[in-house]
Design a protein around this ligand. Structure first.
Ligand SMILES: O=C(O)CC[C@@H](O)C(=O)O
Ligand SMILES: [Zn+2]
Length: 467
């Protein structure tokens, strides 16, 4: 089939059923829907399809199999590993028009959503019903549930609530072969062999399309209180974490470097937490449910100062103040985005974080002393975001080439520490060449065999995770 024939067939497919889907071919739409936040690979999709029903997605997959057309699933396009980028004439399947909350069961505390429901929409829905959807991150205003599940998105509350995977009660998927599967049927307990639901979570859309998800909701946390601490040394992040965790259930434990905070402050709107400068800052969040918890937190803070781990600190006195302190962490990514940084999203076992970070920092600084390294991330779960900013006077190509070298050093250290080359953003295209630093040859072979079972013609998101 030639491209015109494909487009006219897609239009026919979308016109069928009770609700008509859409096909877009305007250059601005191709550009917009063909990319994510990585902005590394120029988008070049053939067309964008916006289905309205699972049956239309199934029809699309059947058509794609018959005519060997590649399909790329696309959510809110906030991904950072090019997992939803269409750079090779693929047809993008976007879920913007499948954005309804379909059902809510208050006694089971579950909510059935179409894949295009935006994270914030789900969070607000939960709140309106006196409950809480705890998976949260800076892009919650645009990221969609289908994309979150496909990448098993984590975010800022993983230390207490886990990843997206932990909140899925059931999934409706269209496999790469074109079957519609209703996985787990929202059951709390179901030990009937392989849990296929969890194969689709984190598969980056390579096995099929998630079209609906039933998500669990939680009790709404009370009196969330934020403590920002200035730390003397990186190893103190672990000392502070251990001391607090013995007594208080933290809902978040994040960190950022002095350089990271500098960019947020320079961006405006956010104030420094205190005057004392520190090389690293930690942000702790907990439920101040009683005077006792607050007293414990203050005593722990004092102990940390006495031990020389903490230089200064501030604790929120109101919800607004807590939210303002969160801005120090949540705005880092956007404040450095205009500089198109080199990015890595790596993890190790929590206790190994200081040594791991220091080794990486030392190797980059030794070879490229003019690179500005920005560290931040979810240190409470061992996930570090390494961003490097291009020196103003360095050519883009030169920087890019040097960063490829940095990748090698970083991933060799990751491998030695038995860490992960992608803690939460996924493999997509950007981490594909480095998968073997985290996964063994045998594991990758099993992953490829699974792909073959669900998508024998390789039409769903080809070229992502592995070739
Ligand atoms: O921009 C990054 O490197 C990380 C983005 C996101 O995962 C975050 O934690 O803010
Ligand atoms: Zn993150």
């Amino acid at each position: 089939m030639n491209p015109e024939q494909i487009i006219s067939s897609l239009k026919e497919l979308m016109a069928t059923g009770e609700a008509a889907g859409k096909v877009l071919t305007d250059p601005a739409d191709l550009e917009n829907y063909g990319k994510d936040w990585t902005r590394i690979y120029p988008p070049k999709p053939l067309a964008i399809v916006l289905p309205k029903t699972t049956e239309q997605v199934q029809a699309l997959v059947q058509f794609a199999n018959e005519n060997r057309v590649a399909l790329v699933p696309s959510g809110g396009r906030t991904g950072l590993s090019a997992g939803a980028v269409a750079a090779n004439g693929e047809v993008v399947v976007a879920f913007d028009n499948m954005n309804r909350i379909l059902d809510f069961n208050a006694s089971d505390r579950i909510v059935r959503c179409q894949a295009g429901v935006v994270t914030e929409q789900l969070q607000n829905f939960a709140e309106e019903n006196g409950l809480y959807y705890p998976v949260d991150f800076a892009s919650a205003g645009s990221s969609q549930l289908g994309g979150n599940l496909s990448t098993n998105a984590g975010g800022i509350k993983v230390i207490r609530y886990g990843m997206s995977r932990d909140w899925v009660a059931g999934l409706k998927v269209v496999t790469g072969k074109g079957d519609i599967l209703d996985l787990n049927k929202d059951l709390a307990k179901n030990n009937t062999g392989y849990d296929l639901r969890h194969l689709f979570v984190g598969a980056e859309g390579t096995l099929g399309f998630i079209t609906e998800a039933t998500m669990k909701l939680s009790r709404k946390p009370d009196d969330l209180t934020v403590l920002v601490l200035g730390l003397n040394d990186l190893t103190n992040t672990m000392d502070v974490l251990q001391a607090f965790q013995k007594q208080i259930d933290l809902t978040a434990y994040e960190f950022f470097s002095h350089q990271a905070m500098g960019h947020v402050l320079a961006h405006g709107q956010v104030q420094a937490p205190f005057d004392t400068e520190a090389p690293y800052y930690a942000l702790l969040e907990f439920e101040a449910v009683s005077d006792q918890v607050m007293e414990d937190a203050m005593n722990l803070f004092e102990q940390c100062v006495e031990n020389g781990w903490v230089l200064d600190g501030v604790i929120s006195q109101s919800e607004t103040q807590a939210q303002n302190l969160w801005q120090l962490r949540e705005r880092i990514s956007e404040s450095i985005a205009p500089r198109t940084p080199y990015k890595n999203d790596i993890s190790v076992v929590v206790s190994k974080v200081p040594g791991f970070l220091q080794e990486i920092d030392a190797v980059v600084t030794e070879h490229y002393p003019d690179f500005e390294i920005i560290w931040f991330g979810h240190i409470g779960d061992g996930n570090l975001h390494l961003n490097i900013l291009k020196p103003e006077d360095m050519a883009k190509e030169d920087f890019f080439e040097k960063c490829q070298q940095v990748n090698k050093w970083v991933f060799e250290i990751v491998e030695r520490y038995q860490g992960s080359v992608s803690a939460e953003h996924g493999v997509g295209m950007t981490k594909k060449p480095y998968l073997q630093y985290t996964r063994s040859e045998a594991e990758i072979a099993y992953m490829k065999a699974i792909k073959q079972v669900f998508d024998p013609n390789g039409i769903i998101n080809p070229g992502k995770i592995f070739d």
